[in-house]
Design a binder for this molecule. Structure first.
Ligand code: MF3
Ligand code: CO
Length: 266
């Protein structure tokens, strides 16, 4: 694989393998979305993901990664990312962010969505909608010749214009043979110049957005990131390829692009 300033340039064949990893990942997220309801334990989300990985004959990408002990991350309400599946029962009105990845034929798929549990508040719906829309606003910037930091600048501007806040302790990333490759893909504006994106790069864009203060701390489990003010957070992630035809979303399930909301015009 060619390298460009630390980022790998993938060929057609490699991109199609990443697309397959992402398709299976997105299918698993669809199935998880179907079972999320009040009374479900987050452990059961992990079990479904493990079962589907077995059926698909793929490896869950997160299990064992840096010592992470589960196949999925389930982050409820004020948890931002990397929440552990547990005996916790989801309650009506909760929101749960589910992050999932698989390894297919040596390539990693990575995608995340936040699901409502039953009927959720207007505030929670706004948070989920703006977070998902901000992902598409960022994807629009993922083009050959653009500075990778244009993605985060667009995401942050959109989120702030809608009265919400972007988490800065975690960022998106290049993705391919490894889950985390160059470049880092911040979801916020920086003053530094970033890598210039090139056709053939594959990146995961994953805005994490909060209603209140976007600072986080880690729970004693060493993984779960929670907002310091316990305000709620949402997280949406797609893996995409930069192509001559523009950004191509790879994490699309057999049901089609899972987009709960319609992105803004322009
Ligand atoms: N989608 C997350 C990320 O891009 C998932 C990583 S969880 C880990 O960082 F446990 F595998 F690290
Ligand atoms: Co990711």
């Amino acid at each position: 694989m060619r390298k460009y300033h630390g980022a790998f340039i993938k060929n057609e064949d490699e991109i199609s393998r990443i697309r397959e990893a992402d398709r299976l990942t997105a299918n698993i997220l669809d199935a998880i979305g179907d079972i999320v309801k009040p009374g479900l334990k987050t452990r059961q989300i992990n079990e479904l993901a493990m079962d589907m990985c077995r059926d698909y004959k793929v490896k869950p990408a997160f299990l064992g990664y840096g010592g992470y002990p589960y196949a999925v991350c389930t982050s409820v309400n004020e948890a931002v990312v990397h929440g552990f599946p547990s005996e916790r029962e989801l309650l009506e009105g909760d929101i749960v962010s589910v992050d999932m990845g698989v390894i297919f034929d040596g390539f990693v798929g990575d995608s995340a969505r936040t699901f409502p549990v039953g009927q959720v508040s207007e505030k929670a719906r706004h948070l989920m909608r703006i977070t998902e829309e901000s992902l598409y606003v960022g994807i629009e910037q993922a083009r050959d010749g653009h500075d990778v930091h244009a993605i985060g600048a667009a995401i942050e501007a959109y989120v702030r214009a809608n009265g919400l806040h972007v988490v800065k302790q975690y960022v998106g990333h290049g993705v391919g043979k490894s889950m985390h490759e160059s470049p880092a893909v911040p979801n916020f504006k920086t003053n530094k110049k970033g890598l210039i994106l090139k056709n053939g790069m594959t990146i995961a864009i994953e805005p994490m957005v909060t209603i209140g203060c976007p600072d986080v701390y880690l729970l004693p489990d060493g993984w779960t990131a929670v907002t310091t003010d316990h305000s709620w957070s949402a997280h949406f992630e797609h893996s995409i390829a930069i192509t001559p035809k523009g950004p191509q979303i790879l994490s699309i399930s057999d049901r089609g692009l899972n987009r709960h909301t319609i992105a803004p015009e322009g």
